[in-house]
Design a protein around this ligand. Structure first.
Ligand code: NAD
Ligand code: UD1
Length: 354
């Protein structure tokens, strides 16, 4: 089993991945600034995985810090070296992720997502830690020419957030060409949703949510009056947009498979789609949510949202071929696990202490 640094490990995808990695026997160092998360998520990770107070520093060491601060990062690798418990790989979730916000604050996005990642890679290089998994996004394909999307599709982001992800992928390619010892996987997520089935951890965005699942959940629990469905005139079967939703636990398991794969390798550069290969329309998501909660969701069709595309679906063949990984959970699992999290934590982590 390996010792892994997880940046952004208190966040939505990071916290679920921590659960899966701990259950698989890996020891973790979790590094997070909590700018978009809560330390309570990590307490819940310990609860789910049954880590006792005695085991806590051995199995999951929690460090508050910022990837923009190189000395924060250096400290972690230095300490691990002194303790002779070197870090074998890094999974890098830390970053800013709102498309809307990136349009308003591009410098903050370039600074955190690109400069912060460069700080991390420079630190890794100086400690000879050369296994790296990066959180990329399907957003780098922009408006793809063909569906389902294969990894060789043109990279053509249409917003600053997407530009930062595409830029990091270029950095990673240059790095792997410069030094064959790097083992890198850039994982392009489609639409991650859902929550751990325990209802203990889930998505808790700061401020007003923009994404479909958190909004549907808020309408279902009565914190929001109505869901606005963006566009009823798309060229799809029911005229609403189609997306490839992926359960966050399937996504977390994809990281475990990618990690185990890289740990066996001496040299690698992979770019992989992580999606289900299935598409669901907005109205199908609404219907699945209604079936889950046994009540109607209040919605109305409004105009299209700028920047949306009719259909986004992954071709996940490469991930299956290379990692032996594919999604297992259904859209109903995504709705019921989101609902379990929402009902147990109506205000996210804000009201909890443990
Ligand atoms: P999240 O915001 O829940 O998690 C990101 C974590 O990084 C948070 O805990 C945040 O506090 C931390 N963080 C942010 N800036 C930091 C900094 N400067 N230093 C240290 N920690 C910092 O987001 P998520 O949904 O879990 O996404 C994780 C990664 O996956 C992100 O890089 C995101 O861009 C990428 N991604 C997410 C989605 C999605 O839909 N959720 C889709 C594609 C790609
Ligand atoms: C968005 C981002 C994408 C990011 C992803 C994270 C844009 C253009 N893209 O993808 O880069 O990786 O979030 O999950 O912002 N919808 C409604 N009403 C709502 C909210 C959403 O109808 O109130 C529709 C949207 O039009 C879309 C679908 O639901 O068709 C999914 O939307 P969302 O969850 O925001 O994800 P994406 O737009 O696919």
């Amino acid at each position: 089993m390996a010792r892994i640094l997880i940046t952004g490990g208190a966040g939505f995808i990071g916290s679920h991945t921590c659960v899966v990695l701990i259950e698989a026997g890996h020891d973790l160092l979790v590094f997070d600034s909590y700018i978009n998360s809560s330390p309570i998520a990590l307490k819940r990770v310990c609860k789910i995985t049954g880590i006792s107070a005695i085991e806590v520093n051995q199995r999951i060491q929690i460090i508050k810090g910022d990837i923009s601060n190189k000395s924060n990062l250096d400290e972690i690798f230095k300490k691990a070296k002194e303790e002779k418990r070197e870090i074998q790989a890094v999974i890098h979730f830390a970053g800013l992720k709102s498309v809307n916000e990136s349009i308003k604050r591009p410098l903050a996005y370039w600074d955190t997502n690109v400069n912060g990642t460069a700080n991390l890679l420079l630190t890794m290089e100086s400690y000879e830690c050369k296994r790296f998994i990066f959180s990329s996004s399907a957003t780098i394909y922009g408006k793809p020419k063909s569906i389902p999307i294969v990894e060789t599709e043109k990279i053509n982001p249409i917003n600053p957030y997407g530009n930062t992800k595409a830029t990091v992928e270029k950095i990673l390619l240059d790095l792997s060409r410069s030094d064959a010892e790097w083992c890198i996987a850039s994982l392009r997520y489609f639409n991650p949703v859902g929550a751990h089935p325990s209802g203990l951890i889930g998505e808790d965005p700061n401020g007003e949510p923009n994404n479909l699942f958190p909004i549907v959940s808020k309408v279902a629990i009565g914190h929001k009056d109505i869901l606005e469905v963006f566009g009823g005139d798309w060229p799809t079967k029911d005229k609403t947009c189609i997306r490839d939703y992926i359960h966050v636990m399937d996504l977390a398991e994809g990281h475990l498979e990618a990690l185990n794969y890289l740990l066996r390798k001496k040299s690698e550069f992979l770019t992989l789609n992580l999606g289900s290969g299935k598409g669901h329309s907005v109205l199908e998501v609404v219907k699945s949510f209604e079936d889950t909660i046994g009540e109607k969701i209040n919605y109305k069709i409004v105009g299209r949202r700028p920047g949306d595309t009719a259909k986004t679906i992954a071709d996940p063949t490469q991930a299956k071929k290379i990692l032996g990984w594919e999604t297992r959970r259904t859209i109903l699992d995504m709705c019921s696990d989101s609902w379990a999290w929402q009902t147990a934590n109506p205000n996210g982590y804000k009201t909890g202490t443990t």
